[in-house]
Design a protein. Structure first.
Length: 395
């Protein structure tokens, strides 16, 4: 791990660019691959399997990837992950639907390696005293990708075909792999004797990261509702320009994220997470009653500020409170919670929307942020009256 407190090193900049392009390429498939499955004659079940098989495999591989990266070199595993991502995407151009579903299982392995590997590298090259700021920019590269890629991909899909989406996705992932070559790691995450221990399931879970990961799970359920169903909500509202939501969302993240990271490093996560969570609740409630583009945009501003503050702060907290030789496992635990939330949230929120409406679904999803606030506040209150280090728990 680097001991310098300099954040904007060559390695950090190249790693940000690498992560940005890999995520851009990957998230072009999120809204378009299920649609392609239906256009190819697939049933609703087959279309859902394209999503669920990937999420489950990605979750399972993360359980081991984080711990593996605490024991061996990180960069080669990340490169292997990008190769699997690009190769599997290329195969979608000519494979039949049944084979695509099976290939998504393989792609889940690649994504687990690539995304967890990137998180582990960021954890190793970001100075500890600037962890909040550094992880904030890392999260920013993911948030921008998650917001912009679906919009661009849907436009290209409507104008051309899924084949064009696949080719562009592959090109972006390759560019990300090229930028990765400019990242030099002088050391592994750990050089301790523990690195020779056998890898097992128990080691794959980092207990110190459990609380931030649980809170991230609750947070990501609401994000799943937006990423998966905002287009269908637009049809329910008869708003054709529903994509404007992502514009407001990204704009607020870009404007607020740098300041939030610095506040985290100076004041701790309490002053960041609680206000951010409240903003998310406001954003979800406004979204649930949106009847026009201005109201839709307003809701995206609140949610963008909140998500941009809470998610990276939780990840930085998970890494900070974990042992130095368990940073990879901490990131694996944290990111696994997001995979699990996406799988759980897509099923639960779809059921709620089917029984009620998408507007009601967004109001319902705000309950998960309320739970986040309650659990988080209880932990902060408890830490003040326990023998545990207050710095470890709330700073």
């Amino acid at each position: 791990m680097e001991h310098s407190q300099k954040l904007w090193t060559k390695g950090y900049i190249f790693m940000l660019l690498s992560n940005l392009f890999i995520y851009l390429g990957f998230y072009m498939l999120t809204p378009t691959l299920p649609a392609y499955a239906k256009l190819s004659g697939g049933s609703s079940l087959e279309s859902s399997l394209v999503v669920s098989t990937f999420s489950i495999t990605s979750l399972l591989i993360r359980l081991f990837t984080g711990n593996i990266m605490d024991k061996i070199e990180i960069k080669p595993l990340l490169l292997i992950g990008t190769i699997i991502l690009a190769a599997s995407t290329l195969s979608y151009i000519w494979l039949p639907l049944d084979a695509i579903i099976l290939m998504r299982v393989v792609q889940g392995i690649g994504w687990g390696l690539a995304s967890t590997g990137a998180a582990a590298i960021f954890s190793s090259i970001i100075p500890e005293k600037r962890r909040g700021e550094g992880m904030g920019y890392y999260s920013l590269s993911m948030i921008i990708s998650m917001a912009l890629s679906p919009v661009v991909a849907i436009v290209i899909m409507n104008l051309y075909s899924f084949k064009n989406i696949a080719i562009i996705s592959i090109a972006l992932v390759i560019v990300g792999a090229i930028f990765l070559q400019g990242v030099n790691l002088n050391k592994k995450l750990t050089n301790t004797p523990n690195s020779k221990k056998k890898i097992n399931l128990k080691d794959a879970f980092e207990q110190k990261a459990a609380l931030p990961s649980l809170l991230c799970f609750l947070l990501t359920v609401t994000l799943c509702g937006i990423m998966s169903y905002i287009m269908l909500y637009g049809k329910e509202l008869k708003i054709s320009s529903i994509w404007i939501y992502f514009v407001g969302y990204v704009a607020m993240v870009l404007l607020t994220r740098p300041a939030v990271g610095k506040i985290f490093d100076k004041k701790g996560h309490v002053v960041v997470i609680l206000p951010g969570a409240i903003c998310m609740i406001i954003g979800l409630i406004i979204l649930s009653y949106a009847a026009s583009v201005p109201i839709l945009l307003l809701s995206s501003l609140f949610y963008g500020v909140g998500y941009g503050a809470v998610q990276p702060s939780l990840q930085a907290w998970a890494v900070n409170r974990s042992p130095s030789n368990r940073k990879g496992a901490a990131n694996g635990t944290f990111l696994s919670s997001m995979d699990l939330a996406y799988t759980f949230g897509s099923i639960l929120l779809s059921f709620v929307a089917e029984k009620k409406s998408y507007g009601f679904m967004y109001r319902f999803s705000a309950i998960f942020i309320i739970l986040l606030i309650l659990i988080y506040s209880y932990n902060i209150f408890k830490s003040k009256y326990s023998n545990e280090s207050l710095e470890e728990k709330v700073s």
